[in-house]
Each structure stands twice: as structure tokens, then as C-alpha cells.
Design a protein around this ligand. Structure first.
Ligand code: SF4
Ligand code: SF4
Length: 213
């Protein structure tokens, strides 16, 4: 009996969708991918390895992100900086950095663990590939360019959404010091080059005011 009920429920969904398609009712999936839904500021998408405004890499190869990752999908190998030509301001830098996106659960714990805000997440979620190798992002794809833009895995794909890569998540806002009112509207992270949006998240009061307008 339960199977028949489930079957009828499934057919009802199919019927509603077909009627909606014929009548032109707006369905979430219809305008996609040309039109995408707005994502929340804290959306967890593809990662990016950041640079300081002077172009130095923020990653110091400490491997804390790899240790925190519950999916064990980050591989980091640090190396000593050449004092004459350092890659990062620390003693070491991330010589090898890889994330296996096929295993990643986009929890953001790597971001939380990073002491230098080297790794953050963008709004890009479209990462489907036709082979497993392309699911492993190397430093080449993850590291922000010196001009602050973020490389796309498939820049020639006509559907590649480069804007989503330039939109940073608001992770620090979620973990800012105990939600203290004194920090409301204050930018809680170091400046990052590029077009990423690092402006402070509006306060709850401001959001309530806007939603009432
Ligand atoms: S988002 Fe979570 S699962 Fe993905 S790499 Fe970071 S810690 Fe690992
Ligand atoms: S991304 Fe952050 S936590 Fe991971 S190795 Fe680099 S500095 Fe350490």
C-alpha cells in the first residue's frame, strides 16, 4: 500500500511540473543556467587561496586546514621560503596545495582553521566534470592571481560563471567575536586584493529595516 501511495505522490509531482511547464508557471529550474538564484552571503562554494595586497601568498603551508578537514580531501606540502625571494611573509609557504572537490562536503572547517585567512570560499558551485582528475583542484586553479581575480577550472566553457568566483563568502561574519555588538558592521578580516566583496554584513536591525521597506 505504501508503495502505491509513494508512486501516486511521485506522479502528482510529475503532473504538477508538466502542467506548470505548459502553463508557463515560473519553475525554479526553468531559467537556469541563464538566470541563477541569488545566493546567501555565507554560501559555501569553491575555495580560493588568497594573497596579501602586495601580492604575497597568504598560505604558510602549516597544514592546519588539512588536519581540520573531516573529508580528508586537502593535501598540503609546505616548503621553506627563500629569504631573498619569499613567496609568503612566513618562514614557509604552501608549495603543494590540492583539494579533491569530489570528496569535499563544503563545510568550511578548513576556512575556520586557517590562521592567515589564506583559504576562503567563493560563490561558485558548478564544478561538474567528465573525469575524476578534473575534480582535483591544484594550487594553479586555487591561487588568486596577482590582480585579485580567481582562475576558473574551465575558462573556455561558455557557461563558466566568472562573477561567482569573485564573490567571497562571509565566513568571518559567522564567527566574529561572540556576536558582540561593538563589532557590528566592522570588517573583521584583512584586506584582500581583487573584486571580492569584503564589505561588512548589515546588522540584524538593518536587515529587518530593509525587509520592511
Ligand atoms: S570545506 Fe570542509 S570538506 Fe571541503 S576542504 Fe574544507 S574542510 Fe574539507
Ligand atoms: S591554507 Fe591556511 S591552514 Fe591551510 S596550509 Fe595554508 S596557511 Fe595553513
Amino acid at each position: 500500500m505504501g508503495v502505491v501511495k509513494d508512486l501516486l505522490k511521485g506522479l502528482a509531482v510529475t503532473g504538477r511540473t508538466m502542467i506548470g511547464t505548459i502553463s508557463g508557471r515560473e519553475l525554479v529550474t526553468r531559467p537556469y543556467p541563464e538566470v541563477k538564484r541569488e545566493k546567501p552571503q555565507r554560501f559555501h562554494g569553491r575555495h580560493v587561496l588568497n594573497r596579501y595586497p602586495d601580492g604575497m601568498e597568504k598560505c604558510i603551508g602549516c597544514e592546519l586546514c588539512a588536519g581540520a578537514c573531516p573529508a580528508k580531501c586537502i593535501y598540503v606540502r609546505g616548503a621553506d621560503n627563500d629569504p631573498e625571494n619569499p613567496v609568503s611573509p612566513g618562514e614557509r609557504y604552501g608549495y603543494v596545495y590540492e583539494i579533491n572537490m569530489l570528496r569535499c562536503i563544503f563545510c568550511g572547517l578548513c576556512v575556520e582553521a586557517c590562521p592567515t585567512e589564506a583559504i576562503t570560499m567563493t560563490h561558485l558551485f558548478e564544478m561538474s566534470t567528465t573525469n575524476r582528475e578534473d575534480g582535483i583542484y591544484t594550487k594553479e586553479e586555487l591561487l588568486m592571481r596577482p590582480d585579485g581575480t580567481v582562475p576558473h577550472m574551465f575558462p573556455d566553457d561558455p557557461l563558466a560563471d566568472l562573477d561567482e568566483l569573485q564573490t567571497a563568502d562571509g565566513w568571518v561574519r559567522a564567527t566574529a567575536p561572540g556576536g558582540r555588538a561593538a563589532y557590528e558592521g566592522v570588517q573583521m578580516w584583512q584586506g584582500t586584493p581583487g573584486s571580492a566583496d569584503w564589505s561588512p554584513e548589515p546588522s540584524q536591525e538593518e536587515r529587518d529595516r530593509r525587509s520592511g521597506e
